[in-house]
Unconditional design. Structure first.
Length: 323
């Protein structure tokens, strides 16, 4: 055991209280982070660690992406060129969410092509049929409490609001008005487009563009949780204040998507430095965010992660919040 009198102790400034993280995405149909190849035993251990940290909501980030799908959805197997999955991840996640008394949100299918090509109706039709199948098959689970509209919008894809509007309203209508959530991103200095030479949106421009987009999806989206990693740390608070203002205007709940990976490193992606995470948690608290979801616990914050640094981040977080 470390002798605190000899080595001292870590001091967190009282000003940096931060807000606790109560939700996480589940990124099992991975895109740009490595797969951990977990089965039920490993996922059970991770849900247990989530619960200990205070997480009460899990959001499956997508039902599938392109050819890879999370469960044997007949809707997609019949209509799309997809691989048959070896495991029903939706059933597994819902069973674990039931066990640990968590809320589960189902994430939609991302074709990876139709909406990028402007074929918005095809993306909408696929997801509407998927919603019908999923609710019939899994809706009996007590943990099934919401839907996640997984296509990520920014200023460059604001026509995607048509998908949010139609798919969101259908999901709510079929499930007794369960909660719907989106997690768009701010067109800031750390987006790929801006790093490639595009211009970042100012706070004012961000407000103007998203005022229009949210007006288009009014009534279809209940929770807006902007990703917090595409802007610099010193400017995050200003964007969060605008997000809260817009959410209030359109009667939405305003969460923040606290990215627990580090966009500042030359390697994509590694667990974030605790100091950076704490700064973002504090900006969210000060801006009045109603909740914090992270992308994503299992890879970047979990003591079970393939990254050793993630377990240390978990320890620092638990120490800070006296868990």
């Amino acid at each position: 055991m470390v002798d605190k009198e000899e080595f001292g102790s870590f001091i967190t400034p009282e000003a940096l209280k931060g807000m606790p993280i109560k939700a996480t995405f589940l990124d099992e149909v991975t895109w740009d982070i490595p797969h951990q190849n977990w089965g039920v035993r490993e996922w059970n251990q991770d849900f247990k660690a989530m619960k200990k940290m205070g997480i009460n909501t899990v959001v499956m980030i997508r039902a599938g992406l392109g050819k890879w799908i999370a469960s044997p959805f007949q809707t997609l197997l019949k209509k799309e060129d997809v691989y048959y999955p070896p495991v029903d991840l939706v059933e597994m996640f819902l069973t674990l969410a039931d066990k640990y008394n968590m809320a589960f949100y189902f994430g939609m299918y991302d074709s990876g092509k139709y909406w990028q090509e402007g074929l918005f109706q095809k993306e909408i039709d696929l997801n509407m049929a998927l919603i019908d199948e999923v609710w019939t098959k899994y809706g009996h689970h007590k943990s099934f409490q919401g839907w996640y509209l997984s296509q990520e919008i920014s200023r460059r894809t604001k026509n995607m609001s048509k998908i949010y509007a139609e798919v969101g309203k259908h999901a709510k209508s079929i499930s007794g008005n369960l909660t719907t959530m989106v997690s768009p991103y701010i067109h800031g200095v750390k987006t790929d487009q801006v790093l490639a030479g595009d211009k970042a949106l100012s706070v004012k421009e961000h407000e103007e563009e998203w005022d229009e987009i949210l007006d288009n999806v009014n009534g279809a989206v209940d929770i807006m949780a902007f990703q917090d990693g595409q802007v610099d740390y010193h400017e995050l608070y200003d964007y969060l204040v605008i997000n809260k203002k817009l959410a209030d205007k359109y009667n939405m709940k305003c969460w923040t998507n606290i990215e627990s990976f580090d966009r500042d490193m030359p390697i994509r992606f590694l667990p974030i430095k605790w100091e950076k995470l704490l700064l973002k948690l504090e900006a969210a608290r000060k801006a009045g965010m109603e909740n914090a979801i992270t992308f994503e616990f299992s890879h970047f914050m979990s003591p079970n992660s393939a990254y050793l640094q993630a377990g240390h981040l978990y320890d620092r977080y638990c120490e800070h919040f006296n868990i």
